[in-house]
Every structure is written in structure tokens, then in C-alpha cells.
Design a protein around this ligand. Structure first.
Ligand code: HEC
Length: 437
């Protein structure tokens, strides 16, 4: 199932271009200033990470902090490397629950500000400094279960980046329960934690190891509280671990990570049960050395109607791009196009594990029989900065130097009636919207 489709990839590369920046510059002031135009953008999209004690390599809180980085900032934002957010801007769903990415206009503003000498402007225009949430507070409310890493990790002042799966303490779950809210975060050594993804591990009745995604940590994201009457099943005996990427900070740093889970009352059965699962797996990978745009496809069928809430591509070092397409069964596609691209990540960055949570009114509502089609592309050349060795052929495997192709997808199933009702509501809303335009 793996072939080179350079034609398709060429079309794909076109939409990866940063279109429209030129067209936007007309509405940008001739002399943007830091105080009036730039500071608000940095507050919204950068300072979460770029402040003392956090993972950004430098602070971007004040004009004095920012000024020496002006050229680097222009470069990073025009290439859309910063802030980390790699959803294609031309294909698929564009509205997400928290989206720090910059608009074309904001990028044009930053570019012009840098080109014109990166001036402060009138200090009286500065917005009040942004206040940040405490990291050590649970944002989901008081958890019923709190587990930490069995062992703290010491990240030496100067050490290579470290990727590992680290075990969590015993969850102590004696019965199956439903999760109402969940949060994972570093509670020590925040600035050394590039990512932390909590995973579950459970041996099923047949003795097979079942692993799943519990929750990811991302700077500025404070857990997930599921919608009213929606929960996730966590089975008795479930244990967990955290997949981490730790990064040296110039001083010895001790890292500890905690997972908090709030449960529904023991007899409570939520109406909707959120699944977070692998979809579109392809384990038949064959990625030759010194080549890019190598494509792999995988398919998973949803047997019931569903509402899809979040998407996270999962590739390793050679990952280049991934798309999720929804293919609808022919008998129900009436009025709907036979397939839709839900999301594409057009420049996958191995360094960043981002879960893209769809905005409520954009979550795909799909009929029974929908095929989730995941297409991944791989870059095994030296042009890929995460590639440790472009001379090696690559196959599927667990190590990050092997590769993988699937998406983590979150969804909940709907009854036929709910499906019809939600779809009708959605269609009426969009009719109203287009009528009011
Ligand atoms: C989610 C955290 C995060 C956010 C949000 C973020 N950055 Fe970064 N930034 C980083 C990290 C971490 C690095 C170090 C390189 C890497 O890991 O990719 C970095 C690197 C950079 C660099 C390169 C520094 C160098 O050494 O050359 C610049 C410039 C930069 N960021 C600017 C920005 C700007 C401007 C924004 C907002 C528009 C932003 N960043 C938003 C985390 C973040």
C-alpha cells in the first residue's frame, strides 16, 4: 500500500505555501510599533512558552527582551515555524478550540515592523502585561486520582535531548469508571519538558497489551473537561506511563510529572463515551534512503454515526505531512460530497506533539460506515532537520528512528436520531450564515 505519488504531493506542496501574505499588507499600518501592534500578538501567541522558567529559549515579555530577536522572529513567523501549529491553512477545518497561530495580517505586521527598524513606538500604547495561570494548580478541579512518575528525572545542565516512556505510579482502579476531566503537567522542571503525553496500558482478557492515549501536556493548555454527559472509560487495573521529550536547559533540572483524573460517580453512565484511538494504521512502511514525498495510506471504518472532536498525526523522525480524509458511504452521501478532507498537517514537526481540538461547530458529524483515510508522507533526506541519518532505509517500528503512520483520533458515537438531529442543526446554521452574508 505504499507508493510514490509525486503528482499528488506536488499539489500538496502548493497549498503548503504561505499564500495571501502579500494581499494582506494593504491594511497593515506603514509604521507598526512594538507598543501598539506587536506586543498584543506576542502576548497571545508566544509568551506562554517564551517567558522565564518556560520552554522557549528566550523571553519575549518586554521590548528589551524582544528587540535582539527581531530578525529571528521575522524568519520564524514568516516560515510559520512559530508558534508551533502546523495545520494547513488552505485545506480542511480551520476553527479549533485554541489556536495560537498567526493570521496573514499579523505576519505582515511583524515583517514590516522588523523591516522598518523594529521600533518601540509610544509606550503609552502598551497593553497591560499578560497574567499567567499557575502550573501547580489543577485546572480541572480537584482530581480523584493523582499519579506521578515513579522516579523523578534529573536532566543534566548539558545533555542531549532525551525521549523515553516513564512509568506512572499505580492508578489503584478497582472497577471500571468514566473520566469526566483529565490533566497532565510537569510539576517540577517545567522548562525542561518539551512534551509529555500520558498513555494507558492494560492487559485485556486475552492477555494482549492494550495501549491508549490519555492526555497530552501542551504549554498553555490546562487539561480536558469533557462536555456535560460525556466521558471516557477507564478500566479497572489500568496503568500508565508518560512519553516525554526532555531538553537540557543549561542548569541541572529535576523533572516530575503528574496526571490528575476526575471521575464520574461510580454508578454513572455518561450518555456519550469519548474514544481516543489509532486510526488509519499502516505498518507496511518502506522508506528508501535520500528520498522524500514517500506516501503511505491507511483506512479505518466507523461502524456507527459519530462526532469527531480531535486529531493528532503520529509519525516519527521522517514524518513530513499527514492528511485525514473522510469517505462517506455512497447510500448516505446524498447532498454531501462523497468525501471531505477534515485536516492536513502540511509540515509535520517531529519535535511537537500537538493535539488539534476542533471547535464545537466544526467537529465532523459523520454517518455509519464512514472510512477514515489517513495519508502520511515521509522525508528521508538531509533536508529534514529531525532526520538522524538519511542514508538508512526505514521501516515500521517502535523506536523513534523507525517510523510509524497513523492518527490519534477522538470521537464519540451517536444514535441514528442524534446523528440526524445534529446534522440538520448544522445544515440550518450554515444556511442562515450564508443567507446573512
Ligand atoms: C509552545 C511553545 C512555544 C510557542 C507558543 C512559541 N514558541 Fe518560539 N520556540 C519554542 C521553543 C521550544 C523553541 C526552541 C526551538 C524548538 O524547540 O523548536 C523556540 C524557538 C523560537 C525562535 C528561535 C530562537 C533561536 O534560538 O533562534 C524564535 C525566534 C521564536 N521561537 C519565536 C517565537 C514567536 C515570535 C512566537 C509567537 C509568534 C513563538 N516563538 C511561540 C517554543 C514556543
Amino acid at each position: 500500500m505504499l507508493n510514490k505519488l509525486s503528482g499528488l504531493m506536488a499539489a500538496f506542496v502548493v497549498f503548503a505555501n504561505i499564500g495571501g501574505v502579500q494581499g494582506q499588507t494593504k491594511s497593515v499600518p506603514d509604521q507598526p510599533t512594538f507598543a501598539r501592534d506587536i506586543a498584543p500578538i506576542l502576548q497571545r501567541s508566544c509568551q506562554n512558552c517564551h517567558r522565564p522558567g518556560n520552554i522557549g529559549p528566550m523571553s519575549l515579555l518586554t521590548f528589551q527582551d524582544v528587540r535582539p530577536w527581531a530578525r529571528a522572529i521575522k524568519q520564524q513567523v514568516t516560515q510559520r515555524n512559530m508558534p508551533p501549529w502546523y495545520i494547513s491553512r488552505t485545506v480542511g477545518i480551520q476553527d479549533f478550540k485554541s489556536d495560537p497561530s498567526l493570521s496573514d495580517k499579523e505576519i505582515a505586521l511583524i515583517s514590516r515592523w522588523v523591516d522598518n527598524g523594529a521600533l518601540m513606538g509610544d509606550e503609552r500604547d502598551l497593553p497591560p502585561p499578560r497574567q499567567f495561570e499557575d502550573n501547580d494548580r489543577w485546572h480541572i478541579g480537584e482530581p480523584d486520582i493523582v499519579v506521578k512518575l515513579k522516579k523523578e528525572v534529573l536532566v543534566k545542565a548539558k545533555a542531549p535531548d532525551y525521549w523515553a516512556d516513564l512509568d506512572l505510579e499505580d492508578f489503584g482502579l478497582k472497577t471500571d469508571r468514566y473520566i469526566q476531566a483529565i490533566e497532565v503537567k510537569p510539576i517540577k522542571g517545567v522548562k525542561a519538558v518539551h512534551h509529555a503525553v500520558a498513555q494507558s496500558r492494560l492487559e485485556d482478557e486475552q492477555g494482549n497489551l492494550q495501549q491508549g492515549l490519555l492526555e497530552e501536556y501542551a504549554v498553555g493548555k490546562f487539561g480536558d473537561i469533557y462536555a456535560a454527559d460525556t466521558g471516557r472509560l477507564i478500566k479497572a487495573g489500568t496503568q500508565g506511563y508518560v512519553n516525554v521529550h526532555l531538553h537540557a536547559t543549561g542548569e541541572d533540572t529535576t523533572v516530575q510529572i503528574a496526571l490528575g483524573i476526575k471521575l464520574y460517580p461510580s454508578e454513572f453512565l455518561p450518555k456519550h463515551i469519548e474514544n481516543v484511538q489509532h486510526v488509519g494504521d499502516n505498518e507496511d512502511l518502506d522508506i528508501p534512503p535520500n528520498t522524500k514525498n514517500i506516501r503511505a495510506d491507511g483506512y479505518t471504518t466507523l461502524l456507527k454515526p459519530a462526532r469527531i472532536t480531535a486529531f493528532q498525526p503520529h509519525l516519527h523522525n521522517r514524518g513530513q505531512a499527514q492528511c485525514l480524509e473522510l469517505i462517506f458511504p455512497p447510500q448516505v452521501s446524498g447532498g454531501r460530497s462523497p468525501k471531505e478532507t477534515a485536516s492536513c498537517v502540511d509540515r509535520y514537526h517531529f519535535n511537537w506533539h500537538i493535539v488539534y481540538h476542533y471547535a464545537e461547530d466544526q467537529q465532523p458529524i459523520v454517518p455509519a460506515g464512514t472510512v477514515l483515510h489517513v495519508t502520511s508522507w515521509f522525508d528521508n533526506t538531509s533536508g529534514n532537520k529531525y532526520n538522524p541519518d538519511p542514508t538508512n532505509p526505514i521501516a515500521f517500528g517502535q523506536r523513534s528512528i523507525d517510523d510509524m503512520s497513523f492518527a490519534w483520533l477522538s470521537w464519540y458515537y451517536l444514535s441514528d436520531d442524534e446523528y440526524k438531529q445534529m446534522l440538520t442543526e448544522r445544515q440550518e446554521k450554515s444556511k442562515k450564515l450564508s443567507a446573512s452574508r
